[in-house]
Design a protein around this ligand. Sequence first.
Ligand code: AMP
Ligand code: ZN
Length: 490
Amino acid sequence: MQLIQPDAAVRDAQGGNKENTMIRIYNTLTRRKEDFVPIKDGRVSMYVCGPTVYNYIHIGNARPMIVFDTVRRYFLYKGYKVDYVSNFTDVDDKIIREANEEGKTAKEVADFYIAECKKDMESMNIMPATANPQATQEIDGMISMIETLIEKGSAYVAKDGTVYYRTRSFPGYGKLSHKNIDDLEAGHRDIKVTGDDKEDYLDFVLWKPKKEGEPSWQSPWCDGRPGWHIECSVMSRKYLGDTIDIHAGGEDLIFPHHENEIAQSEVANGVPFAHYWMHNGFLNIDNKKMSKSLGNFLLVREILKRYNGDVLRFFMLQAQYRSPLNYSEDLMESAKNGLIRIRTCGDRLKDLIASASEMEMSEEEDELLDTTKEYVEKFEDAMDDDFNTADAIAAIFELVKFANTSLDSDSSTQMLMAVFEKLERMMGVLGLQFTIDHDDLDSHVEELIEKRQQARKDKDFALADKIRDDLLNEGIELMDTRDGVKWKRI
Ligand code: AMP
Ligand code: ZN
């Protein structure tokens, strides 16, 4: 697959019109859609929590990657510069367990899966981040933030050298997840573990002592390793500053991960941590969250054997990012067909441009072109409204329909190019190419021709006709000849 390069997306930025409209973002913190106002004019800082690298990524992990990459691309389209940071959690119980099982070091396991994850991301056309920090490279920063928290009375050292965050010391605790701290405590009062010298059940770990065979680092408290939450507070501050515009991740991270990040960062830095908190809904399978621990996951790797990465991307973007999305073969197939329908239009326009006899746009064409503004506006309105890619895609389909019905061999080059460029730019925001990869189209049509032949053999003529009609809708005409079934683009 040919990738749309970041510079192309940046070039597309010139198409944006930041002055005209505001982007509105649903902020988990306030539970409202708010106008996006950046800290620095024309610039956006985003931190997206990345995966824990002990396996290949599954398509649930791919959802935040795809949706927040699209958010980034839309900001670029609107003319912003974007600083985009996403971490890899490369020290964790699960990585250590995996390393022990494979007879490798935790570093070997993490390095391997980081490299593999980057390959998967490239297949899904995720733009490389401004920085991809790794927890194990940032230990000094974590120690320093923990020291600050201890100095400020927000953290304490237990007898065994574990450092805990004193959760109740932070008055804002619960503000992101909208949980009441007393309810949290009440729910757990009975299960307080004896012998645990935590002051309060709610306190969480900032630093923990090493166990035999585990990676560890020296610290003022004990040889050990950081807790998970401190990683993101430190990496976000180092690469983006004390206060950032957007912090994002899957909705499972709201509590406790992001709640704890806020508690750490706001005490350590003395300023608000992030202005907007964005959370994607789950990718489900059979209406249950896809996760490694439930064992109901599909690896991006497996999907890529059957579909191109852009089909997975298009499938994900057919839902607004906060809605739950159920994975199914049918939806993947319909994403594949939808993408082909759009790209068939792109290819047809390319052919028409190559053979057009009129160069300049006529007056009628000028008026006709004016009517297409409506589709671009619909697209932008949808994206401005909390990145509603579902409606944005609907606007693309409407413009495709317009192109299929209103443009033909009598159209001028100028007119054809104008519509082509609009569609190419809109698809670029979604990280998708507008024209076809011909190998893909061939195999897609051949596969359906085979299915249709089988249906005929089985005397299932209804299915055979449906396949022919579906292809016709995609702009592909089948012709039954003495030499077998042939096809052409119409
Ligand atoms: P993890 O490696 O589990 O920490 O996950 C990395 C990122 O993927 C986080 O932002 C998670 O919220 C997100 N994530 C994990 N599973 C899913 C899922 N089934 N649907 C959507 N996002 C998910
Ligand atoms: Zn995080």
